[in-house]
Design a protein around this ligand. Structure first.
Ligand SMILES: [Zn+2]
Length: 163
């Protein structure tokens, strides 16, 4: 059963919004994604472009936008590569994005160059970065769920409407 990426609750109907938390959703390849981000491969490509823009701008000490122009074969190859990376991440777009971020920011990988999403250098190290990203996300999600439980317990234990 596909789950909402925002609240992780199962979505039972093909709603355009999650019936639990109300976030707008799109169904893509049997998995729900946030509608606001565009298709998942486009969202991942946009994330890659932003990281490259940041890197180039930092290196050249002026703003340099990295954007793969649409209608080119590089763009098609990039979209195919991004789709593949999302599948490797078991359709967890957040984890795929976090893994790409680590490639640009974690010193284990940040000294390498990843010219395009379909670069061999990227696909070689993506699984390792994904494992680190997943561990970090799991910790974050557990923390959020603990906070949610604490909040719920506080609500349950407090007398909100005294007679
Ligand atoms: Zn939801």
């Amino acid at each position: 059963m596909p789950a909402c990426p925002a609240c992780m609750k199962d979505v039972r109907r093909r709603d355009s919004r999650c019936p639990e938390c109300g976030v707008p959703l799109q169904l893509w390849e049997g998995t729900y994604f946030r509608l606001e981000e565009g298709t998942p491969p486009a969202a991942l490509l946009a994330h890659f472009e932003k990281l490259m823009t940041d890197r180039l701008s930092r290196e050249h000490k002026k703003f340099i936008a990295f954007r793969i122009s649409r209608k080119t074969s590089q763009y098609k190859s990039s979209m195919v590569a991004c789709e593949r990376l999302i599948r490797i991440a078991d359709m967890d777009l957040e984890a795929a994005k976090a893994a790409i971020s680590l490639l640009f920011t974690d010193r284990t990988w940040s000294w390498k160059t990843f010219p395009m999403p379909y670069s061999r250098s990227l696909s070689e190290v993506f699984p390792a970065a994904l494992a680190v990203a997943r561990a970090q996300l799991d910790e974050l999600r557990q923390e959020e769920s603990r906070e949610e439980q604490n909040y719920q317990a506080t609500l349950d234990n407090s007398d909100l409407f005294p007679d």
